[in-house]
Design a binder for this molecule. Structure first.
Ligand code: BGC
Length: 806
């Protein structure tokens, strides 16, 4: 039987376990009683059988050479051709996709195509000899999505993204990215969600569920503790088992259990001396045995290689260790890895049993991917509708940090608005690197304000527009000359004479001033002129504030940033601050919606904005040693990451975790617990009322303080949250949240157990992590050993985690 025919038979099958064995299976109208060369159907061709049986039948017939080909990817177009990848390139099908799996044509198994995320689908927008375009929607970045605290909305975003994945012929989106914000300077924090594992895990699960509803897959990444870009391929992180389990893994656990992502991407770094892609503790003991994960694990691109030098020297990663650990697929796949795999299989260094398990997971992925049923993708996703989804999500992710004397909303359409800051004219869609999207157009703030009908100070705009164009072009050229991982630099601010600004203040009713920041994959941010404002930015804020305030006019700062910046030193100089994040392609429209009051801001911070960078708990040992070229970093702050540190050690922040204002006010009342004693669960209800004058949504946060006889614990930790619907003035909603034994437990390393300690627990319902509105207590009469686990991540060296009590 010819390969093409076999392929067609397989395509007809979908997930054939659901096919009734009594049915006559047809192949393009012909009864499926054709015979193969032996006179009968092979098991793997028989679509009446379960996928499982058919895959096992394929594996039985595969040669070592075929297994090795499947266990590595087919290369990364433009990057790995020189390294002789295994062939059948991804280039022709979806140019710009990050990679794919090997097509096993003998068995009719097609190549599964994977492409980046997470802010949308990353593929090339144009193709050689093709006049059509293939733009994708640039959605808001991770920090923006998380700030919505709205899992229903994030699911819609996922659904919209998944539509683009499927309609452009891609099978798996390499997203979401959910590493914990250990430190505000991590260059990829914009892709990630939070310093807190609960909000991070819940947002990731919603995103995955939305995407996978389309029948395409996701890859939750980077598993785990990919918290810095500096020396990311080789950095050896010393982290305690408790910090790993409570902080750096908890979000992945939530995402795995609540959304079953098709794939997981292991990270680059080592944990306690072992590459994550070669860590059996991580990929088998925890991910599969403890959490019950059934999908595939792939490496990050070149994961497990001893740095770029090793790649250049064509030295392989330790493929046997990676396979044994449960890292099924090595991406993007280099021929040296294939050779090592074939040798290891031939010599028995890699057992057939292990390789078959890995191969099986890759085949399972292929069987459920759209390509397997030859899905006729349209190359015409619903870009118009999706751009509206991006616009709504972006405005809901905005956080109103300050609003003195109701400076906002500003809805007047017949008074002049002066728009300052180069970023207002060259808005930042999202960060750089694999997480950037090739969208058609990004709406600048100027454009957004124009679209909304604001009357713009044209004299000022006429100066800024050419300035911004020139600076943006220079930056583009600079980055182009440095290649894909060239790090972005912010554009300088335009110098203006005081007299000129005074004149604008005279004529205008209000000043909008945007500060911009960008960062990206491959590098971390720095304190000077990045976390902290530059001299040019401070001068601009000073001059504009002075001039406008002297005339009794307001100044509103818009932050078009991906991660945390310093705010404490300048926030008193302005009247309002709107944290717009990097809001995707509709940015300017989304900001205008909020400034004008069309949308009432309802986002809250998923990370702490410190008074100064040095207050960050990991500042002392950020990036590791030796400083000039870090090899090893110790997470001495342990579980005290973000607000767990600030609030327990009483370090004042500029804006605390969970904070965000609204154009209306809410009251909290009637907190009730389903029981005063915890048994298997506890229901918590609270009434939220809109006591202000406009409609709005409120995020309700539940913090739990636990008894601490066995181990040191943070003062309080976020254990549940909810967002109200849009409440009209005077309207109320009862919010219900639930606590399970898991939520009460901390990890007690000495007993290798998650334990909920007996004693008194305090619940605080807050509008932020410091703004407690209601509280109540309950008792747990006896310790509960929620889960006993295998000890993992054996420490390479001795160190002890930070403790709050002696
Ligand atoms: C990034 C991943 C990305 C992969 C494929 C790596 O450099 O760390 O997030 O999915 O490249 O582009």
């Amino acid at each position: 039987m010819k390969n093409s025919k076999i392929f067609a038979l397989l395509l007809a099958s979908l997930l054939s376990s659901s096919i009734n064995a009594q049915n006559t299976i047809t192949n393009n109208g012909k009864p499926f009683t054709d015979t193969n060369k032996n006179g009968k159907l092979d098991i793997w061709e028989d679509t009446r059988l379960s996928v499982d049986k058919r895959i096992d039948a394929i594996i039985k017939q595969m040669t070592n050479e075929e297994k090795a080909s499947l266990l590595i990817g087919i290369g990364m177009p433009g990057f790995t051709e020189n390294f002789q990848t295994v062939g059948n390139s991804v280039k022709n099908k979806v140019p710009g996709a990050a990679g794919g799996t090997f097509a096993l044509e003998r068995f009719g198994i097609p190549s599964v195509i994977v492409a980046d995320g997470p802010a949308g689908l990353r593929i090339n927008a144009t193709r050689e000899n093709d006049s059509k375009t293939y733009y994708a929607t640039a959605f808001p970045v991770g920090t923006s999505l998380a700030s919505t605290w709205n899992t229903d909305l994030i699911k819609q975003v996922g659904k919209a993204m998944g539509n683009e994945v499927k309609e452009y012929g891609v099978d798996v989106l390499l997203a979401p990215a959910l590493n914990i914000h250990r430190n505000p300077l991590c260059g990829r924090n914009f892709e990630y969600y939070s310093e807190d594992p609960l909000i991070s895990g819940k947002i990731a699960a919603a995103y995955v569920n939305g995407i996978q509803e389309n029948g395409v897959g996701t890859s939750i990444k980077h598993f785990a503790a990919n918290n810095q870009e500096t020396n990311r391929l080789t950095i050896d992180e010393q982290i305690s088992e408790r910090a790993m389990r409570e902080i750096y893994l908890k979000n992945f656990e939530i995402a795995v259990k609540e959304s079953q992502p098709w794939t997981v991407m292991s990270s680059y770094n080592k944990i306690n001396g072992v590459y994550t892609s070669a860590s059996k503790d991580l990929l088998t003991t925890i991910l599969r045995d403890e959490w019950g994960y059934k999908g595939l694990v792939m490496t990050d691109w070149f994961g497990g290689f001893e740095g770029f030098e090793a790649i250049m020297k064509k030295q392989s990663s330790d493929v046997v260790a990676q396979m044994n650990a449960g890292n099924d697929l090595l991406m993007p796949g280099l021929s040296i890895q294939k050779k090592e795999l074939v040798d290891a299989l031939n010599s028995g260094k890699l057992s057939q049993e292990v390789a078959n398990k890995n191969v099986k997971r890759i085949l399972e992925l292929a069987f459920k991917s759209p390509v397997f049923t030859d899905y006729k993708y349209s190359n015409q996703p619903n870009l118009t509708q999706n751009s509206q989804v991006a616009r709504n999500a972006a405005s809901e992710g905005m956080v109103l940090l300050k609003n003195e004397k109701n400076a906002l909303p500003f809805s007047s359409k017949n008074e002049l608005v002066s728009v300052f800051g180069v970023t207002s004219y060259d808005f930042i869609t999202g960060g750089t690197g694999s997480g950037s999207v090739n969208n058609k157009h990004t709406v600048s703030l100027l454009e957004g304000l124009n679209n909304a009908g604001f009357k713009i100070d044209q004299e000022l705009a006429n100066l800024y527009v050419p300035f911004a164009e020139k600076e943006a072009l220079a930056e583009k050229e600079r980055r182009k000359s440095q290649g894909i991982l060239a790090l972005p630099q912010r554009l300088p601010e335009m110098e203006m004479m005081e007299g000129f600004i005074n004149k604008q203040a005279e004529n205008s009713a209000i000043a909008f001033l945007t500060l911009g920041r960008n960062s990206g994959e491959g590098g971390d941010r720095v304190v000077e002129n990045d976390f902290n404002l530059g001299k040019d930015e401070i001068a601009l804020i000073d001059k504009v504030s002075k001039a406008f305030h002297e005339k009794g006019k307001k100044v509103v700062v818009i932050l078009n940033i991906g991660g945390v910046i310093e705010t404490a030193s300048w926030k008193d100089k302005v009247d309002a601050i709107l944290l717009a994040w990097q809001p995707g392609q509709e940015g300017g429209n989304s900001v205008a919606d909020v400034l004008a009051g069309k949308v009432n801001p309802s986002g809250k911070l998923t990370m702490t904005f410190p008074m100064k960078y040095e207050d960050t708990p990991s500042a002392k040992n950020w990036l590791g040693t030796p400083a000039e070229n870090p090899k090893e970093v110790t997470y001495e702050e342990g579980i005290y990451v973000g607000y767990r540190y600030f609030n327990t050690f009483k370090v004042k922040s500029s804006y605390e975790f969970g904070f965000g204002k609204s154009y209306t006010d809410f009251s909290y009342s009637d907190l009730k617990l389903s029981s005063a004693t915890f048994k298997n669960n506890l229901k918590v209800t609270v009434k939220i009322t809109n006591t202000g004058k406009v409609s709005g949504k409120e995020i309700v946060e539940l913090y739990l303080s636990a008894p601490q006889k066995l181990v040191d614990k943070p003062n309080a930790e976020l254990k549940a949250f909810a967002k109200t619907k849009e409440l009209k003035p005077g309207e109320s909603q009862i919010i219900t949240m639930e606590l399970k034994p898991d939520d009460l437990a901390s990890f007690v390393t000495a007993q290798s157990s998650w334990i909920a300690e007996a004693g008194t627990y305090k619940i605080a319902i807050g509008a932020s992590s410091l703004d407690e509105k209601q509280n109540a207590e309950f008792q747990l009469n006896q310790d509960i050993i929620v889960k006993k686990v295998e000890p993992v991540f054996k420490a390479k060296k001795k160190f002890s985690d930070l403790k709050s009590k002696k």
